[in-house]
Design a protein around this ligand. Structure first.
Ligand SMILES: [Zn+2]
Length: 89
């Protein structure tokens, strides 16, 4: 896994590596736990465009799932990278 890469020296960002998010793959139905670094969160202007995505560690499928407010809060506070997709104001 590429997320195991270690940067030598003093870490500049405190990443909660111990945080794991439970997820399931709709393709192979495998259940697993993902590190925050393995998940991407996209926050759009509406709930329909707010989702999180990850790659299934078992079958390599690109999984995208809708994220409600609670999930967004959970993921973002857990160190998941958040991409804001607001299209216009
Ligand atoms: Zn899978």
């Amino acid at each position: 896994m590429s997320n195991m890469s270690v940067v030598s020296g003093v870490p500049t960002v405190v990443v909660p590596e111990f945080v794991r998010f439970k997820a399931a793959c709709p393709d192979c139905h495998e259940q697993f736990e993902l590190a925050a670094s393995a998940i991407r969160l996209a926050v759009g202007a509406s709930h329909r465009t707010t989702f999180y995505s990850f790659t299934c560690p078992r079958c390599d499928a690109a999984v995208r799932k809708p994220a409600g407010e609670r999930i967004v809060e959970l993921l973002s506070t857990g160190g998941v990278r958040t991409l804001r997709l607001h299209a216009g104001l």
